[in-house]
Design a protein around this ligand. Sequence first.
Ligand code: FES
Ligand code: FES
Length: 155
Amino acid sequence: MIEFTLNGTPVHAADDPVMPLLWWLREVAALTGTKFGCGVAQCGACTVHLDGRPVRACVTPLSAAAGTNVTTIEGLASPAGKAVRNAWAELDVVQCGYCQSGQIMSAAALLAAKPEPADADIDEAMHGNLCRCATYQRIRAAIHAAAARLAGTAA
Ligand code: FES
Ligand code: FES
């Protein structure tokens, strides 16, 4: 039995411990906001948080969730998470949308760790999240807007 907290709710999973967390989230927990892209930790579409740390769920075994707080896009309700989601909507970041839950999860983790990131910090935190629609400029702008909102300096 693997026990952890999923989006604030205690979970007891009696599933294969080597199952990728991404599979478990989508197929068992029916949380389909987290996407399958590459399956080999190269695109970031599957990014979720384990204790606030961004991880690639496609290469994270279910067993790694034991004892942690797992957060998916459906449960992202932290101040940084809310600021990012609001900034994404205000700046109309999304194009096709497929990569965007992963982008938001990485951005929220960045702002939780570094509330006023420089462009270099954003590049470092986000370089593993690919976007086929090339929304990178809007993502950067939205992260700065979310940081300003968190700092209370937004216009
Ligand atoms: S699906 Fe996990 S990084 Fe691409
Ligand atoms: S918005 Fe289409 S892949 Fe990023």
